[in-house]
Design a protein around this ligand. Structure first.
Ligand code: ADP
Ligand code: MG
Length: 301
């Protein structure tokens, strides 16, 4: 097959592992920077171009769209879908996953366990919002943050109020969330491919840190999942419409709760923690799934 990895940087661990795995399995693979792609929007024959040449003949694309380029990156994926190219994750699903509020609403609708979460535009009723989310301590997070940046733990109601007001003063959209204290600064990353969790790791935040992000100094080890955790992760990915997803769970007193679903989950942490060839499993999944025009939404939304 001819596969394109849409990634800004071929040197990134995840990108280079995907290239390596695809090459080993006998595929022709090319890394394209989505920001250097341009396109013609036409109903007859939509095209996509890259560094002065037309991109044609791809059987599948692997979108690795960073959070900072979601808008243009998903437009490139949508264009390829319109052209009938199979995308590992569809553009609509990627857009959904980037908005934490939208994602939580979709998951809630299907009965997935979630931390109690509040959202408001106005700061007029902040006290009531805090009460609805179960009172302090509370986690406050930016709607489109990543890598733990913009996630704050407010220990008291007063602290929560001032953080919410400060964020809203900057016109930032935020979620107010029940703090799952019993998770003890750790979370579980479930790497889902299709209808299976193929690898899982427990991430533990650094000493005194409630955020377990590896970018914030957390460390990772292999995790053994309960059947409930496994099915929650698979269902969450399916509800989001993602074939490949990193589903992050917190172990709460009332069972697993989903914190977020990532559409471009990193491979480094999970491959190092579990010793599994996750990149190879992704390519094998594509071998089974990729058919011209198979993309379900064909660039809709
Ligand atoms: P980001 O997208 O920036 O990674 P997350 O929502 O994943 O934001 O939060 C970052 C980290 O903070 C999580 O990995 C988790 O360890 C911790 N965390 C987030 N929400 C909660 C919560 N409601 N209760 C306890 N810990 C949380
Ligand atoms: Mg996270």
């Amino acid at each position: 097959m001819k596969i394109a990895v849409l990634s800004r940087n071929p040197k990134l661990y995840s990108t280079s592992r995907l290239v390596e795995a695809a090459t080993e399995l006998g595929h022709e693979v090319r890394v394209c920077d989505p920001l250097l792609c341009y396109m013609t929007i036409a109903s007859q024959r939509p095209t996509i171009h890259y560094k002065g040449e037309e991109l044609t003949g791809f059987d599948a694309i692997i979108p690795r769209i960073g959070a900072s380029i979601t808008f243009y990156g998903t437009a490139v994926v949508r264009q390829l879908e319109m052209m009938g190219v199979y995308s590992l994750n569809e553009s609509v699903a990627i857009s959904r996953s980037r908005d934490k509020l939208r994602s939580l609403q979709l998951l809630a609708r299907k009965g997935i366990g979630l931390p109690v979460t509040g959202f408001a535009s106005s700061t007029k009723y902040t006290k009531d919002l805090i009460k609805l989310a179960g009172g302090a301590p509370l986690v406050i997070k930016l709607l489109e943050g990543t890598q733990g940046i913009g996630v704050v733990l407010a220990e008291t109601g007063k602290a929560a109020e001032s953080v919410i007001e400060a964020f809203r003063g900057l016109k930032e959209n935020i979620l107010v969330q029940e703090f799952i204290k019993e998770a003890g600064g750790s979370d579980i990353r479930c790497f889902v491919i299709g209808d299976k969790v193929v690898a899982a790791m427990k991430r533990q935040g650094a000493e005194g840190e409630f955020r377990s992000n590896l970018h914030r100094g957390g460390n990772a080890s292999i995790a053994k999942l309960t059947p409930e955790e496994r099915s929650t992760a698979v269902r969450a990915a399916r509800i989001m419409g993602l074939s490949v997803a990193g589903v992050d769970l917190l172990r709460s007193n009332h069972g697993p709760v989903v914190m977020e679903v990532n559409s471009s989950p990193g491979l480094k942490g999970i491959e190092e923690a579990t010793g599994k060839d996750v990149a190879g499993m992704i390519i094998k999944f594509i071998e089974k799934q990729a058919k011209p025009g198979k993309t379900g939404t064909r660039g809709k939304g």
